[in-house]
Design a protein around this ligand. Structure first.
Ligand code: PMP
Length: 306
C-alpha cells in the first residue's frame, strides 16, 4: 500500500489525498491514452532535499504528451513549480513524484480529442523499488515470453499509460515463476529493457546498453549512468544485445528512477558472473548514489533543491 500523504496536486489545486478522484467515464481509464512521469526527490547528506533531474523529467512528460497527442494545459515552468509545491506542502524530505496527464470524461469512443485534459501530481515515500537486498546483492530476472512492442506499435519514447499493459503482463508472468523482474526482448529478438528499467551488460570491462533507436524508453537514469561511465573512464557502447549475451555477461544491471541502479545476479536460472553484485556495478551504483544523495555535488545541474 502507498503511504498516504496530505495533498495531491490536481488541475492547479492541492486537494486532500482522499478527494483526488475522477469520474468512471474518464477516457484514459477506458483506453489508456495518458502520459506520466516517475521522479525522485532525495534527502541529501547536507540535510537539504533535491529533486533529481527535474527539468529532464518535465521535458519528457511534455514529449510523451506530444507523442500521444495530448494538449497540455500547463507550461513546463508551471509543472515544475507544481512538483516542488507538492513536495513542500506535504513536508516530504524524500519522495517519489508521479505527474499524470490524462484525458477526462466527455465524449466516449476512441477519438476523444475534445475531452478535457487533466494533470495530477502525487507524491509518496517509496523505498528501493526492487528491495534493499536487491540493491546490495542483486535481483533474479527472467526473460519474459511477452515481446516488447516494436517502435511503430506503441510509441516507445513516450511514457504512455497504455504502454504499461505489456510491462505488467511481463512482470506478473516472471513474478509468478519466482523471479523479481522481467527482461523484455524486442520483435527482432534483441534485448530491449526490463518492465520498468533500462538494462546494461558488462563484459570484459566494457559497459553495453541497447541503443535509443530501438524499443526502449530514453531513461533519464540510463543517461545519468552513461555520463558517469564516461567520466569514470569506463568504456561504454550502445548496441544491440542478444539474449545469450546476458548469460555470458560478467555483470548485468538495471537503471531507473524507481529501481535506481540495481544489480542483476541471475538471468533465466543462470548466475550472472559470480552471482552477486559485480565490481563495476558496485562502483557505478556508489557514484550514482553520490550524485543523488551527496555528500559531493557531482552534478549540481542535476539537482533542483526543494
Ligand atoms: N524503461 C521503462 C519502460 C520505464 O518505465 C522506465 C521508468 N521510467 C525506464 C525504462 C527508466 O527510465 P528513467 O530512468 O527515466 O526512470
Amino acid at each position: 500500500m502507498v503511504d498516504k500523504v496530505e495533498k495531491i496536486w490536481m488541475d492547479g489545486e492541492l486537494v486532500p489525498w482522499d478527494e483526488a478522484r475522477v469520474h468512471v467515464l474518464t477516457h484514459t481509464l477506458h483506453y489508456g491514452l495518458g502520459a506520466f512521469e516517475g521522479i525522485r526527490c532525495y534527502a541529501r547528506d547536507d540535510g537539504r532535499s533535491a529533486v533529481f533531474r527535474l527539468p529532464e523529467h518535465v521535458d519528457r512528460l511534455f514529449q510523451s504528451a506530444k507523442i500521444a497527442d495530448i494538449a497540455m494545459r500547463w507550461t513546463p515552468a508551471e509543472v515544475t513549480e507544481a512538483c516542488l509545491q507538492t513536495i513542500r506542502e506535504n513536508k516530504l524530505d524524500e519522495c517519489y513524484l508521479r505527474p499524470l496527464a490524462f484525458v477526462g470524461a466527455g465524449a466516449m469512443g476512441l477519438y476523444g480529442r475534445d475531452n478535457p485534459i487533466h494533470l495530477t501530481i502525487a507524491a509518496w515515500r517509496w523505498g528501493a523499488y526492487l528491495g534493499d537486498d536487491g540493491l546490495k546483492n542483486g535481483i533474479r530476472a527472467k526473460v519474459s515470453s511477452f515481446t516488447r512492442p516494436g517502435v511503430n506499435i506503441t510509441m516507445t519514447k513516450a511514457k504512455v499509460v497504455g504502454n504499461y499493459v505489456n510491462s505488467i503482463l511481463a512482470k506478473r508472468e516472471v513474478v509468478a515463476c519466482g523471479y523479481d523482474e522481467a527482461i523484455m526482448l524486442d520483435p527482432q529478438g534483441y534485448v530491449s529493457e526490463a518492465s520498468g528499467e533500462n538494462i546494461f551488460v558488462v563484459r570484459g570491462g566494457e559497459v553495453i546498453t541497447p541503443p535509443l533507436g530501438g524499443s526502449i524508453l530514453g531513461g533519464i537514469t540510463r543517461d545519468s549512468v552513461i555520463t558517469l561511465c564516461r567520466e569514470m573512464g569506463i568504456p561504454l557502447v550502445e548496441r544491440h544485445i542478444t539474449r545469450d549475451e546476458l548469460y555470458i555477461a560478467d555483470e548485468v544491471f538495471f537503471s531507473g528512477t524507481a529501481a535506481e541502479v540495481t544489480p542483476v545476479r541471475e538471468v533465466d536460472e543462470r548466475a550472472v558472473g559470480a552471482g552477486a553484485r559485480g565490481p563495476l556495478t558496485t562502483r557505478l551504483q556508489a557514484r550514482y548514489f553520490q550524485a543523488v544523495r551527496g555528500p559531493e555535488e557531482l552534478h549540481p545541474e542535476w539537482l533542483t533543491f526543494v
